[in-house]
Structures are given as structure tokens and as C-alpha cells.
Design a binder for this molecule. Structure first.
Ligand code: ADP
Length: 336
């Protein structure tokens, strides 16, 4: 393994194109960290199976391509970083099984995101799949297979990382120091709210704005955003402190913040015009990203090439770690 100071790992599920929350909350850090560290970025397709089943799984392959195009357009650089698909390094599934032997069920059932997900899927704790309960174990395997110690994620992933550290501590205690404890790396804005202004921006909640949307689609989406619920008439003054559109201005119109604040609180600026101003700011900020994405779309075979090379390099690291784990856990190597 390379003798670098830190090793970075992060993954995203191939659920389609990315949204502003993914970009601001995680992807910007993915790009920034490449300057200093060895980075490994993974399309976690097996994780996608926790809530995609049957016919829906036909979307996984096209989704991987769409998502990787977003990564490349954002500045993930395959010359410096490993980019690959989780299932193409099957060693992760073996490590997942081995880690599941040292992970108490109670730890998994207590994770707050597990309870949220059960509610969101309208299931019960008894009816959800074994895979959903074990989601953080697979995530831990993803990270530690590469002995990564730094994980750039959004705030919603913190409970999973806490659990990953507990699993690592337990493994290291039982089998001797093997893995570093993975630490989260948050961006300046680790939680972006959705257009409903209440829950995190998320594709599954349909409150998101896609990074690669057209300017027209972006404007149409922004128009659906909730603003200050007490602002019923055009002449009512707005309250930027509780308005998510204003929160998004901070990211996409930083030079217009004072003006927007002043005009909103004095009712000179109505919500319709305010939203158009936000859409213009988003479109202007994302134009270079969208342009680069168009260029990558036209590079025939490039995404496939990147993923193949990434899987090859990732597998070499994975085999080495897995061999060490098997040895420590008394599970013999495959000699066939
Ligand atoms: P998963 O579905 O596996 O939880 P996602 O694919 O939804 O992960 O998200 C990928 C990354 O984007 C994760 O690091 C996650 O924390 C981050 N992220 C997702 N939604 C938001 C959001 N609304 N605000 C900030 N970060 C987010």
C-alpha cells in the first residue's frame, strides 16, 4: 500500500444524477481533498439495493454512468484518484460478512438513520431486509478495506461513521491493531435543506435540484420552494432567517445577500422575483460544471475506461487487506 499520510474514501449510491445537497455537502470536499491525499471514490451499487428492488434495479447501470459524469464534471480527477464501482471489488462483500461477526445487532438497531429509513420505506423493523440493518457494516467494510482514515460526507452520514469507528475499535481490540478509526470530513455547509425547507435535500424526498438540470428546469424547480409561511401577501415583509431560499442565496448569490435581506424584510422584493434571482445564481454558478459535463458525455467510452482502471487498482489494495484480515480471524486463504 502507498505510504501516504492520510487515505480518503467516500461513496455515493447510484440513484441517478446528483443534486445540490450532494455537491455542496460532499462532492466539493471530494474534489478539494485530491490535492493532498490519496482519494478513493466509489459508486456503491450494492448499497443501492437496500431500497431498489426488482424492475427498479435496471436503473443501476445507467445511474452509475450519470453519477460518475457528475463527479468528473465537478472535478474528480481519475489521474489522481481511484474511481470505481463497489461490486467490481467483491472483496468488500467478504469483509462485510467477517465484520458482521463482530458487530452487535443492538448497535445497528439503535442507529437513528435506521429508524428514519424504516419509516420512510413504510416498513417495520421486522419487515425490512437484513441488508438494510447491515448498511453501516457494509459502509465500514467499504472504508476500511482501503484503510481509509478520512471520509468526506454530509452531516446525515455522521451516525454511520460513529458506528464504523465502534466496529473498528472492536475489531482492533479482538485481533490487534489493523485499521485506523475513520473520521468524517464535513464541508462548510454539511446539511442542505430541500425545497420544502424542512427535510434534507434528497432525491427520494423529491425536494431536490439536480446539478445537471437545464437552466429552465432549475428555475421551474426553484419556483416550488417553500419560503416564509407567514408571508401571505406580496406586501408582507419576509423573514430571511427562517427562509430556505435565503439560505441558498448564501451559497449561490453571496454578493447579493445584503440587498436581498434588505429588500425582502421591507417587502420590496416578492418571493417570485426572489426565487428567480436564486435560480439565476444557481445557473450562473453551475454553468462551468454543466459545460464540462457536456464534454465528458461526448467522450465515448471514457467513463467505462475510468471505472475499469479504478477497479483494477482498488482490487489490488483490497486483496492485501482482506488477506491480513483472514489471517487474523483464522479464516484460511483461497488456494485454488
Ligand atoms: P446515501 O444515499 O448513501 O446516504 P447519498 O447518495 O444520498 O448517500 O449522498 C451522497 C453524499 O451526499 C453523502 O456524503 C451524503 O452525506 C451527502 N448528502 C446527501 N444529501 C445531502 C444534503 N441534503 N446535504 C448535505 N449533504 C448531503
Amino acid at each position: 500500500m502507498d505510504t501516504v499520510k492520510h487515505s480518503v474514501f467516500s461513496g455515493m449510491r447510484p440513484s441517478g444524477r446528483l443534486h445540490l445537497g450532494n455537491y455542496i455537502g460532499a462532492l466539493q470536499n471530494w474534489v478539494a481533498l485530491q490535492d493532498e491525499f490519496r482519494c478513493i471514490y466509489c459508486a456503491v451499487d450494492v448499497h443501492a439495493l437496500t431500497d431498489m428492488q426488482g424492475e427498479a434495479t435496471r436503473e443501476i447501470q445507467p445511474n452509475i454512468r450519470e453519477m460518475v459524469l457528475d463527479w468528473l464534471a465537478a472535478g474528480v480527477d481519475p489521474e489522481r484518484s481511484l474511481v470505481f464501482v463497489q461490486s467490481q471489488v467483491p472483496e468488500v462483500m467478504v469483509l462485510h460478512t467477517l465484520l458482521s461477526m463482530v458487530t452487535p445487532l443492538g448497535w445497528l438497531m439503535r442507529v437513528p438513520t435506521f429508524k428514519d429509513k424504516v419509516r420512510q420505506l413504510q416498513e417495520t423493523e421486522e419487515s425490512v431486509s437484513y441488508g438494510l440493518v447491515g448498511y453501516p457494516v457494509l459502509m465500514t467494510a467499504d472504508i476500511i478495506l482501503y484503510k481509509a482514515d478520512t471520509v468526506p460526507v454530509g452531516e446525515d452520514q455522521l451516525p454511520h461513521l460513529e458506528l464504523a469507528r465502534e466496529i473498528v475499535r472492536r475489531f482492533n481490540h479482538l485481533y490487534g491493531h489493523t485499521f485506523p478509526e475513520p473520521q468524517p470530513r464535513l464541508t462548510e455547509y454539511p446539511l442542505i435543506l430541500g425545497l420544502d425547507g424542512k427535510q434534507k435535500m434528497s432525491k427520494s424526498l423529491d425536494n431536490h435540484i439536480e446539478l445537471a438540470a437545464t437552466p429552465e428546469e432549475t428555475s421551474a424547480r426553484v419556483k416550488t420552494a417553500f419560503t416564509d409561511p407567514q408571508r401571505l401577501r406580496r406586501t408582507d415583509p419576509g423573514r430571511p432567517s427562517i427562509c430556505n431560499v435565503y439560505a441558498l442565496h448564501k451559497l449561490f448569490n453571496p454578493d447579493k445577500l445584503d440587498e436581498v435581506y434588505q429588500q425582502c424584510t421591507s417587502a420590496q422584493l416578492g418571493c417570485v422575483d426572489d426565487k428567480q434571482l436564486l435560480a439565476d445564481g444557481i445557473n450562473k454558478t453551475l454553468e462551468p460544471f454543466r459545460e464540462r459535463r457536456r464534454e465528458f458525455v461526448e467522450k465515448s467510452g471514457y467513463v467505462e475506461e475510468v471505472l475499469q482502471e479504478g477497479a483494477r487498482r482498488a482490487r489490488a489494495i483490497a486483496r492485501e487487506t482482506l488477506s491480513e484480515v483472514r489471517d487474523k480471524m483464522g479464516i484460511s486463504e483461497v488456494t485454488l
